[in-house]
Design a binder for this molecule. Structure first.
Ligand code: B12
Ligand code: SF4
Ligand code: SF4
Length: 339
């Protein structure tokens, strides 16, 4: 089969709503980045990251005869004065990005099938066994900054990634990551409140407040981290907010990223969320990953960390909450409110 035209694939990518697209040869990924990170325990308890490592490092195990990996990036930044102070990370304020990117990927695959019925593919958005930042780097969309995020020239790091493996060649491949623009800057490392950035883009998830507020919904958040959660309930954007390469964000026109009503709530309202409000506000967003009790636990920590004395009656009520995590958080927050 002759190589597929990257010009044509770029057109399809734009038609389905991706902002950036690039092409990499489907060569194995050197194991050291992932294996050393796992061996050091940086995955915390996200055990799924340590499974299927062979596939993560070699996409031909996911798609026999893999030749090309297409990497896509979608801008999610949206200026919105009503939600600028939201304690929810920017990427999670609108519709769940997984469904937004999956819908684009599905449309892309449909068009690909129509144009090239003999080509097979394997796609992934976030949860698949693929190292998306590595593929985005290889496909020439940008590079991994010291903040561990993937940084593009036109859109900074306010992008989400998706990848598609093909068993066909394309007519042009990227040369690899774009030039590292961090230089001697280390603002993100200095600003990370919990020391989770280890240098060279490595992130220790155990210390990252994104992990603690989203993935760690069972155990308590370590005490030394709780005090840093004063306006963080779901995810953390600190190391992106301080990055000079994010100083000129571009507002996306994709309405799916428009902040939803939940992003207008403050920490106090999130701590007081009722099950009915949860059912009304959360489905369709990414916030469901933290679950009802996880979100409220985080919000209660945040009230304690910010010493919000006006929240005392609410926190006292939450000491009797059916959720153990919320009760514990309330006990801690009350201690913290006391002078
Ligand atoms: C596990 C995970 C997390 C964990 C661990 C973070 C981490 N950096 O590993 C936690 C829960 C902490 C997390 C947090 C966040 N995440 Co996350 N996460 C992932 C996930 C599922 C896997 C990442 C992984 O494989 N890590 C293992 C390490 C070893 O690999 P790595 O991250 O790729 O980093 C190494 C390599 O890239 C290598 N490298 C760098 N350049 C190159 C070049 C080449 C050629 C090669 C070979 C290697 C190489 O060096 C890096 C350091 O060792 C990806 C989705 C996916 N399937 O890839 C999303 C993903 C990385 N997350 C994403 C987002 C949005 C976030 C948050 C911003 C959310 C938030 N606001 O709270 C934060 C950012 C935290 C941070 N500073 O990085 C986006 C990133 C978008 C972007 N622009 O970077 C992704 C890609 C999801 C998506 N589909 O868009 N996340
Ligand atoms: S997301 Fe927050 S806690 Fe995690 S590395 Fe960045 S600044 Fe640190
Ligand atoms: S803050 Fe500085 S060091 Fe960190 S990612 Fe941005 S440019 Fe690189």
């Amino acid at each position: 089969m002759p190589p597929l035209s990257t010009q044509h694939l770029r057109q399809l990518s734009t038609q389905v709503g991706f902002d950036l697209v690039g092409f990499a040869r489907a060569e194995p990924i050197p194991g050291d980045f992932l294996l050393e990170w796992l061996a050091a325990g940086c995955d915390a308890d996200m055990d799924w990251l340590g499974t299927r490592t062979a596939e993560r490092l070699d996409v031909s195990l996911l798609l026999p005869g893999a030749r090309t990996v297409i990497a896509f990036a979608t801008n999610y930044y949206r200026e919105d004065p009503r939600t600028e102070d939201s304690p929810i990370a920017r990427y999670a304020r609108g519709r769940d990005y997984h469904s937004t990117l999956r819908d684009s990927l599905k449309s892309f695959r449909r068009r690909l099938k129509e144009a090239y019925p003999e080509v097979h593919d394997y796609g992934s958005v976030d949860s698949g066994p693929m190292m998306e930042k590595v593929w985005a780097a290889r496909a020439g969309l940008g590079y991994v900054g010291k903040n561990g995020c993937f940084i593009t020239e036109p859109l900074g790091s306010w992008v989400l990634l998706a990848v598609l493996v093909l068993d066909a060649e394309v007519d042009a491949y990227a040369e690899g990551p774009t030039a590292d623009r961090c230089g001697s800057c280390h603002l993100c490392i200095m600003s990370c409140p919990t020391g989770a950035l280890l240098g060279q883009g490595r992130v220790d998830a155990r210390a990252c407040l994104s992990y603690q507020t989203i993935e760690n919904r069972h155990a308590e958040v370590p005490e030394s981290f709780r005090v840093e959660m004063d306006n963080l309930v779901f995810g953390c954007d600190i190391c992106q907010d301080v990055c000079p390469l994010n100083r000129r964000p571009v507002t996306t026109s994709n309405k799916r990223f428009a902040p939803r009503a939940v992003a207008e709530l403050g920490v106090m309202e999130l701590a007081a969320l009722t099950p009915e409000q949860y059912d009304q506000l959360i489905p369709g967003t990414a916030l469901g990953r933290a679950k009802y009790d996880g979100l409220r636990r985080n919000a209660v920590y945040a009230l304690g960390a910010a010493k919000r004395v006006e929240a005392r009656p609410l926190i006292e009520r939450l000491r009797e909450d059916p959720s153990e995590a919320v009760r514990h958080a309330a006990e801690w927050a009350l201690l913290h409110l006391n002078p």
